[in-house]
Design a protein around this ligand. Structure first.
Ligand SMILES: Cc1cc2ncn([C@H]3O[C@H](COP(=O)(O)O)[C@@H](O)[C@H]3O)c2cc1C
Ligand SMILES: O=C(O)c1cccnc1
Length: 338
């Protein structure tokens, strides 16, 4: 039995959100202003520390227990020839994660984060959404609930990633369902050729036409043209908000996964930052629609949470400066006002 019994119950949970702790953020910004550097010279690192504090409600904020949650699932739409790799690779990569051989294992280790992989019914792919809804309401709510339940109460940051052959098609379809524009969010994913990209766009357009009556509702759109791992990421992002835990989102797949939340409540992603701009073509377009600015732009196009895990190192840099630096008074350095 899922934590969410109906779409209406989930919708209510998506609208009932705690706010940031502004007083704590202001206290952190006040200390930041007294640190031994020209005012504002640590640029966006300064904002990141205040953002962490605002959502953790803690001064100073901490990164003692960050966790990377990777959700894996399979997609019926792969029957349309939309990925360069076969669906078996999803389970094979889950085995690789368990053995420590994937990119995200190295980045989790380096960034000092716990890594948890959750497989969602890998032997039961979603339906091919060019033909019918990817998930019925029960399957969708189960996946959202599974993601929600993965977030630890005592995590101080959650990084959201995924593994699922075919999921850049689901991400592009969901983005278009939410923001319009047919195949414009489609990119080459794992590296499909021009014919593959044409098949991907055609599959997306067919799905949008088939499900057009459902797409006005962001949650039904996510059930019709999303995927289990995208639904779980939505659930985890929502759980993190309810638990006052800041979130780092990864590339196009995890961004598309949480996008329905934004349409249900405008400020629902304020506790989240986008770790990086994926090289997957549609990610920048999607971020423009969401009004979100990525922290890094390194040309990554992997998924797994990899770009967000690299961005966690930047958050650590921000926090190290904030907590370790001396103030002007402590170091007896004359500041510009004295
Ligand atoms: C070996 C391998 C490792 C991966 N790690 C993440 N992805 C990424 O690629 C997939 C999405 O691309 P598409 O929509 O083109 O299938 C997802 O599994 C995503 O996490 C991988 C893909 C492969 C092949
Ligand atoms: O940006 C992403 O999330 C992405 C890009 C390519 C393949 N898989 C994921």
């Amino acid at each position: 039995m899922s934590r969410f019994a109906s779409l209406e119950q989930l919708r209510a949970a998506c609208r009932d959100l705690p706010d940031a702790d502004q007083a704590t953020a202001e206290a952190v910004s006040a200390r930041e202003a007294r640190l031994t550097k020209p005012s504002g010279s640590l640029g966006r690192l300064e904002d990141l520390t205040a953002w962490l504090a605002a959502w953790q409600g803690r001064n100073p904020p901490r990164l003692d227990r960050p966790e990377i949650l990777v959700f894996a699932a399979n997609h019926g739409v792969t029957a349309q020839g939309v990925s360069a790799y076969p669906s078996e690779v999803t389970a094979q990569m889950v085995a690789n994660f368990a053995a420590g051989g994937a990119a995200i294992n190295q980045l989790a280790c380096l960034s000092g984060a716990a890594l948890r992989i959750t497989s969602l019914s890998l032997d039961t792919p979603t339906a091919d959404f060019t033909k019918k809804p990817a998930m019925d309401e029960t399957a969708f709510l189960d996946a959202v609930g599974a993601g929600y339940d993965e977030v630890s109460d005592d995590a101080d940051l959650v990084v959201l990633g995924e593994m699922g052959i075919g999921n850049t098609t689901a991400a592009a379809a969901l983005s278009a369902a939410l923001f319009g524009g047919g195949g414009r969010f489609a990119g080459t994913g794992t590296g499909i050729d021009d014919q593959g990209l044409a098949r991907k766009r055609a599959a997306i357009e067919k799905a949008l036409e088939r499900h057009k009556d459902a797409l006005g509702d962001p949650l039904r759109a996510a059930a019709c043209v999303g995927g289990r791992e995208l639904a779980a990421i939505l659930g985890a992002c929502l759980a993190a908000r309810h638990k006052h835990i800041p979130v780092l989102i990864d590339g196009i797949v995890s961004t598309a996964a949480v996008a329905p939340l934004k349409l249900l409540r405008e400020d629902s992603l304020d506790h989240a930052r986008v770790g990086h701009l994926s090289a997957e073509a549609g990610h920048g377009l999607l971020l423009d629609e969401l009004g979100m600015t990525p922290l890094l732009d390194l040309g990554l196009r992997l998924g797994e949470g990899s770009g967000a895990a690299v961005a966690l190192l930047v958050l650590r840099a921000a926090l190290a400066c904030h907590t370790g630096m001396a103030t002007f008074e402590e170091a007896q350095i004359s500041d510009k006002s004295s």
